[in-house]
Design a protein around this ligand. Structure first.
Ligand SMILES: *[C@@H]1O[C@H](CO)[C@@H](O)[C@H](O)[C@H]1NC(C)=O
Ligand SMILES: *[C@@H]1O[C@H](CO)[C@@H](O)[C@H](O)[C@H]1NC(C)=O
Ligand SMILES: *[C@@H]1O[C@H](CO)[C@@H](O)[C@H](O)[C@H]1NC(C)=O
Ligand SMILES: *[C@@H]1O[C@H](CO)[C@@H](O)[C@H](O)[C@H]1NC(C)=O
Ligand SMILES: *[C@@H]1O[C@H](CO)[C@@H](O)[C@H](O)[C@H]1NC(C)=O
Length: 595
């Protein structure tokens, strides 16, 4: 319980008449004996609670000061009031209504309950524009809100019910945030935004809605309904939303039966549609032409008909990963004419081969985690623009990679075929590659000229294979005149490969069978910065210290500590370790910083 206003006035009078400054003692300590008439406290400064800061312009900040009750002695002319991050449970009407000039009221992250907010509390604040009540304990939305309202944030409460006048009849209302509540269809009024025709943003994600709310305002450009229980999009639900640009419907229970070819048909401005994590079995038809980003991942999509995507002329990103697509389920003309489509994700499907009719302008193609067994001659015969191709974790065998399969991929920079069944490096890999990943295969040999002409290659990953020195063609590395990183770890090498390119900076050779290190082991790589030799068969007797002489740039030498190394190399190693430690520390600090 709090003293009522008159008691408070009485106390104030008492304080003044006695010349005592209870709470303001500190401020006035230098003139304890001043006669009362000399003190001219401006009424403005007087009316600022001591926990808060108040400006003459009416901005009052009481955020995060552990208030348990709504402050009573606020200046009447307050127009922006910050009370977020406190522990306020209720708002006495008379204390709020005094603040008749209020435009912004921030009460986020308090302990307000619906019982603590009378039905008509806010309605009388005739200029209230921004009302923030997110992160409280409201179970019902306020029944009435002033029609001056521009933005209302009620997210993260326990709201089950909205009233007709909560958001209705608000001509200025632009944005409504209601995500993370407990709204069901029955908790919404018939016409939630009646006469509020200017609402542009509605966020109602993470509630329990089964249907898309009816009569959505026509000016809407952002509608978020993810994480609900939507099963069906009623006929015409989006028919009048001609300005809608962003529609989130992911993580619902939508099936193809819950929509038809007219559901999205009128959304001519729609650029972002997310239907991921639903129960679609095929790509819906009637998608509007201006969609740029289309999320269809994590459904049960098995087929793409010839005419469902082709009308979406502006499509740039198509995300179809984690579905049940087989190559034969994709119509050869499915991507025809999608000239802007540059990113296509089809990983984690059931593709048994590269689907035909890939979009011609695709730059990033993700086909990893499928069942692809080989690459045929014409699989990539018209996708000249691919830069990044990920075919990792399929079942590709070297004998099933056609030697001309990559002939058109002159722009390909990154190729990943890790985790397949390759027994040797395939012939005909694109010459302009910068990064080639072939780890976790069964590669036992690098046949003559398979790496020829790859003068742009910077990183080559061949770890977890079965390579022996003798099965690598002589001169293989020398051709890679730009190579900086070579990962040959976990193979069956018995020596450090010779003829490594001069540009090499990092050489990973750990977990091989290297037994000796000759003094010329790193002769050809004066720029090397990191050598990793742990878990080989080296002994103090078989390691020639002189192998490391002259490697001025060496920062990391990772080798078992029992190997006796000269002072020089030991010193190098120490430095390296120190640097690593420092880096680790830095990383840790960074991590901490993030937290
Ligand atoms: C509300 O805002 C209008 C326009 O800014 C202003 O003229 C009016 O005086 C304000 N009303 C109150 C009670 O402050
Ligand atoms: C919408 O508001 C108008 C005007 O006040 C009113 O006549 C009508 O009944 C309201 N409609 C609904 C569905 O609440
Ligand atoms: C939608 O499908 C129905 C039948 O399934 C068809 O009659 C109608 O023409 C289609 N509408 C559009 C816009 O494609
Ligand atoms: C690509 O290969 C397919 C299938 O063999 C063929 O029908 C098509 O004409 C070829 N396209 C080009 C551009 O060579
Ligand atoms: C290919 O995808 C795998 C799995 O997501 C990823 O780890 C790898 O880095 C990708 N390859 C490239 C070259 O980006």
């Amino acid at each position: 319980m709090r003293p009522c206003v008159s008691t408070l006035l009485f106390i104030l009078l008492l304080v003044f008449s006695n010349g005592v400054y209870g709470q303001d003692e500190e401020e006035n300590y230098n003139r304890p004996n001043s006669p009362l008439k000399d003190i001219k406290p401006t009424p403005k400064s007087l009316l600022c609670p001591k926990e808060c800061t108040c400006t003459q312009e009416g901005v009052v900040d009481c955020a995060g000061v552990d208030l348990k009750e709504f402050p009573i002695e606020l200046p009447e002319y307050t127009n922006h009031l910050s009370l977020q991050n406190n522990q306020i449970e209720e708002i006495p009407p008379e204390d709020l209504i005094r603040l008749y000039k209020l435009e912004t009221l921030n009460l986020q992250n308090n302990r307000l309950t619906s019982r603590g907010i009378p039905d008509d509390l806010f309605e009388q604040l005739e200029n209230l524009s921004y009302l923030y009540l997110a992160n409280n304990k409201l179970t019902l939305a306020p029944r009435f809100l002033p029609n001056s309202l521009i933005s209302a944030d009620f997210a993260a409460n326990y709201i089950t019910k909205i009233y007709g006048m909560t958001f209705g009849h608000k001509p200025n209302l632009r944005s409504v945030y209601l995500h993370n509540n407990k709204l069901t269809d029955a908790g919404l009024p018939d016409n939630m935004f009646n006469q509020s025709n200017n609402v542009e943003i509605i966020i109602m994600s993470s509630n329990f809605l089964k249907y898309v709310p009816r009569n959505l305002p026509p000016a809407l450009y952002k509608l978020h309904l993810k994480n609900n229980r939507l099963e069906k999009i009623p006929e015409g639900a989006f028919g009048h939303l001609l300005g809608l640009r962003e529609l989130y419907l992911q993580n619902n229970l939508l099936s193809n039966d819950g929509m038809n070819n007219e559901t999205f048909g009128k959304l001519n401005r729609l650029e972002y549609l997310d239907l991921s994590s639903n129960s679609l079995t095929h790509v819906p038809s009637g998608l509007p032409r201006n969609i740029v980003i289309l999320h269809l991942e994590k459904n049960n999509i098995r087929s793409i008909a010839d005419d469902v995507l082709t009308p979406v002329k502006n499509l740039e990103y198509l995300l179809l990963h984690n579905n049940r697509l087989r190559a034969r389920g994709i119509h050869p003309a499915a991507f025809l004419g999608l000239k802007k489509l540059h990113t296509l994700h089809m990983y984690n499907n059931l593709l048994e081969k590269v689907p035909g009719g890939l979009p011609r302008r695709v730059k990033t193609l993700m086909l990893l985690h499928n069942q692809i067994t080989g690459i045929s001659k014409d699989d990539f015969n018209s996708t000249y623009f691919i830069e990044d191709l990920n075919l990792s974790y399929n079942k590709i065998m070297s004998s099933s990679v056609h030697k001309d399969a990559f002939r058109k991929l002159r722009l390909l920079k990154t190729l990943d075929m890790s985790g397949n069944k390759l027994k040797s490096i395939p012939y005909g890999l694109p010459k302009n590659l910068e990064i080639l990943k072939l780890k976790e295969n069964e590669i036992g040999s690098i046949p003559q000229d398979t790496l020829a002409g790859m003068s742009k290659l910077k990183e080559l990953y061949l770890s977890f294979n079965k390579l022996k020195i003798s099965s690598i063609y002589t001169g293989a590395w020398a051709e890679l005149s730009n190579l900086q990183l070579l990962d040959l770890s976990t193979n069956q090498l018995t020596y450090v490969p010779s003829d490594l390119p001069e540009t090499l900076e990092y050489l990973y050779l750990q977990s091989n069978r290297i037994a000796t290190l000759s003094d010329s082991a790193f002769e050809s790589t004066p720029n090397i910065k990191g050598i990793f030799l742990r878990f080989n068969l080296l002994t103090p007797e078989t390691v020639k210290e002189s192998a490391f002489y002259g490697l001025d740039k060496l920062q990391v030498l990772d080798i078992e500590s029992h190997l006796a190394l000269s002072k020089v190399t030991k010193q190098k190693k120490k430095e390296a370790e120190k640097e690593e430690e420092e880096e680790e520390e830095e990383e840790e600090e960074e991590e901490d910083g993030k937290r």
